[in-house]
Design a binder for this molecule. Sequence first.
Ligand SMILES: *Cc1c(COP(=O)(O)O)cnc(C)c1O
Length: 357
Amino acid sequence: MSTPRPRATVTQIPAYVPGKPPVPRDDLVTYKLSSNENPFPPLPGVIEAAHAAVDLANRYPDMGNSALYAGLSEKLGVPVGDLAAGTGSVALIYQLLQAFCDPGDEVVHAWRSFEAYPIAITSAAATSVPVPLTADAEHDLDAMAAAVTDRTKVVIVCTPNNPTGPSVTQTALDAFLAQVPSHVVVVVDEAYLEFVRMPDAVDGLATYRAHPNVVLFRTFSKAYGLAGFRVGYAVAQAEVAAALRAVSLPFGVSSVAQAAALASLDAEEALLERVADLVAERDRVGAALREAGWSIPDSQGNFVWFPLGERTADFAAACDAAGIVVRPFAGAGARVSIGEVAGNDRLLEVAAAFRRG
Ligand SMILES: *Cc1c(COP(=O)(O)O)cnc(C)c1O
């Protein structure tokens, strides 16, 4: 008897390893530093707006996301037609690949980078072309440009790079875009955009205006602190944005998520304050780790990367024992999110003790 068989590529999809929650303990407060979440609750006014949307939950959401698009259009100064919302920017990766890739088409991306990329690429039956990071854990944009072939449909630039932290500069991105053929879509995944503090930082909006093949991915999950609501958006010139909307899940972004995202846009001042706090904490943690002898890449996100190689599992276990949960990448390193001040302090203690052996 024959049984239904999924596409052959389905069995090759790598598993997503979500950041674990801590096991509650009686002896100490535990901290979840494993998923780059925001330790602050949703911004002022957001919970009220979400509750109001809950009252109307017998109705489908606005499939056109019209209020959210209007709010984003005004805030960013881009036409409504250049926007596409999705259930987190992870969903937009799937939509983009579905819209642009035929089976076997190649997608070039840095590695190690966001673990959802190879998952989404394999799900689309496209071919992942991973390009190793430099020794400084940065994108090797020259090598990525050189990896583009006749089969390449999409290149993904993750800046700041999750999980290692460095951002690309505008100068480097411009030089890269000059090398990539204009029919290849270049995704600039700016999930951590708000945390970037560096000279020559990427100006995503100026870049998308200058290049019809550039797509920006942004999310409400990180700086805005709405990871549980699942909403993100893309900015691209009209034809590309329309393709992303065309393949979207009908009514995907819930009415609660739309209301929460829209209300978040109105809380700009509180957002900037929180982001400034987290950036200060990131810089404090980075400086203290270097002081303790750690060699870690320059992080422009809300997390730091410990390049531990084979000692990764031991480090993660030491953190677990101290009540903080980090995100280990077996044999490579551990990513630790910037959280509450007390959690960050705990990390510094564990990391210093681990170095002393
Ligand atoms: C967190 C993250 C995203 C966004 O995730 P969503 O919650 O799906 O919006 C996208 N790209 C990178 C690199 C991320 O780290």
